[in-house]
Design a protein around this ligand. Structure first.
Ligand code: 4AD
Ligand code: MG
Length: 479
């Protein structure tokens, strides 16, 4: 990244060699670099897409953007450089000099000597209009063009920086990054929400195994079990990749393909340790995003979700609350609200219950711990409060989104795990998983955080489809 005082000469030294510069004399600059230049002068070449054209009698103004910055670069040109094809949305290459700007909003502007229209754009047919602020659900209809809007290009920059911030958090805290497989033969969560992987052309020969991999294979619902393999030899591991769920839902917080951040920690017997890591990851990554994407985040907090900045500050400055599942049910039972699903011990928490619990905790994220045994997958560690009553599992609920994280201590006791898998008829399937408990087992645990839900929570975006470049959900797989 460039410091505010980066000199133009230094920037130009990083420009591509002359042999790569077609039809041009000046060095190529990105919009972000041009805006950061404090000492203008010298020939430059800037490429991008036109965001506005203002033609006056003696001067032509263009704003161009290349995705590197929310702010556009103002181009000032002789009106004779104007052409019919130079319109909103067209792509251009501008050759000229960076000069000090008289406009208080920017330090520099580009005085054009030549404007080359790389690709014209018919403004009548282009779905986005000059100066219009399009609603998110309108923009969503154009996944192939929406990165040309301010809001979505800000989102993509934030998403990119947030990904880097999460990787940095783990790398700085002693975790090894693992590429867990996308294709797997297990259903980690046991919920049956699987997409099966098959070849497109059925070429299996009679008498031969019909499965490409000899066994049914699926797109992963979670990398947890593979991370558990790795934490059999590494104390801390993480993965951050695409995850797939065939849930029949078009809700504003469900996708069929989403990104999950998962961590696994060995030698821990305490859910407290796991929760501390969850909270640290949430807060450290948020701080990095807020400082590295200030302008882009501001756009969301100003125009998309006014008032969200205060809500986020409130989440970041308070210690997250911890409440047991049993307490949560008591709170819900005493609530004055008429829930559509009556809360009873043993029931799954519905959206309306999560919402109430977060409100009850003064809009501070709340960890719900010790869930009923039957509500959580086979790997969750059984508590010692009665046979098969509760497990050491945790969900983190956050304002506006509901469940953001799921995690647990894992059942590391061979005999306990064996009898649970036996009851589920999964002993053969998970023999390798039992081996992990047989050969140097350690108490361990971990968590998974939905990356898109995290972005929703930081930015205040209501619909999950607006925080992922290409949303996939029931009945929709555009592009
Ligand atoms: O609670 P989940 O199902 O937990 C697991 O998969 C664990 N194996 C993770 C682990 O311990 N390593 O999913 C984790 C998070 C949820 O809390 C939610 O934020 C997100 O993943 N998530 C979804 N996000 C978008 N669309 C969906 N359909 C999602 N399903 C889960
Ligand atoms: Mg969950």
């Amino acid at each position: 990244m460039l410091g505010a005082g980066a000199s133009l000469a230094r920037l130009l030294r990083r420009a591509p060699p002359l042999c790569l510069q077609r039809r041009s004399r000046g060095g190529r600059l990105r919009v972000r670099e041009a805006l950061a230049a404090q000492a203008p002068g010298g020939d430059v070449r800037v490429q991008g897409w036109v965001r506005s054209v203002r033609s006056q009698k003696e001067v032509l103004f263009l704003d161009i953007n290349d995705g590197t910055s929310l702010q556009n670069l103002q181009v000032v040109a002789d009106p004779k450089l104007e052409s019919r094809d130079l319109g909103f949305g067209s792509s251009v290459e501008v050759q000229g000099k960076l000069v000090k700007s008289h406009n208080r909003k920017q330090n520099v502007e580009l005085q054009a000597e030549d404007i080359n229209i790389v690709g014209p754009c018919d403004p009548m047919a282009f779905p986005f209009k000059l100066k219009a602020r399009h609603a998110m659900d309108y923009t969503r209809q154009f996944p192939h063009l929406r990165c040309r809007t301010n809001t979505f290009s800000s989102l993509l920059r934030i998403r990119s920086k947030a990904t880097a911030a999460i990787h940095s958090y783990f790398q700085d805290n002693g975790y090894v990054h693992i590429h867990t497989p996308v294709i797997t033969s297990n259903d980690c969560e046991g919920a049956g929400e699987l997409f099966q992987v098959e070849t497109a052309s059925k070429t299996s020969e009679p008498g031969k195994n019909p499965h490409f991999f000899n066994v049914p294979a699926f797109l992963t619902v979670s990398g947890q079990l593979h991370l558990e393999v790795v934490t059999g030899g590494f104390v801390r591991a993480f993965t951050f990749g695409p995850t797939f769920r065939a849930e029949n839902s078009q809700s504003r917080r469900h996708l069929s393909e989403f990104y999950m951040v998962e961590a696994e920690i060995s030698f821990t017997e305490s859910l407290q340790d796991i929760m501390q890591e969850m909270e640290n990851l949430f807060k450290a990554s948020a701080a990095a995003i807020l400082s590295r994407c200030q302008e882009d985040v501001e756009l969301f907090h100003k125009y998309v979700a006014p008032g969200h900045k205060d809500k986020l500050d409130h989440m970041l400055k308070n210690k997250f609350v911890i409440m047991s599942y049993s307490e949560a049910i008591e709170v819900l039972k005493k609530a004055p609200e008429a829930f559509s699903f009556k809360p009873e011990w043993g029931c799954d928490l519905k959206k309306e219950h999560e919402k109430y619990l977060v409100k009850h905790c003064a809009d501070i994220p709340v960890f719900i711990i010790n869930y009923p045994y039957d509500l959580k997958p086979f790997y969750a560690r059984e508590n010692e409060d009665g046979p098969q009553r509760t497990v050491e599992a945790v969900d983190l609920l956050v304002p506006g989104v509901g469940e953001l994280y799921g995690g647990s201590l894992r059942e590391e006791r061979l005999h306990v795990l064996q009898s649970r898998l036996d009851r589920l008829g999964l002993l053969d399937t998970y023999q390798w998983y039992l081996d992990l408990r047989q050969f140097g087992t350690v108490p361990h645990g971990g968590f998974g955080m939905g990356f898109e839900r995290y972005l929703q929570c930081i930015l205040g975006v209501d619909n999950i489809k607006d925080v992922i470049p290409f949303p996939r959900f029931t009945h929709c797989c555009l592009l």
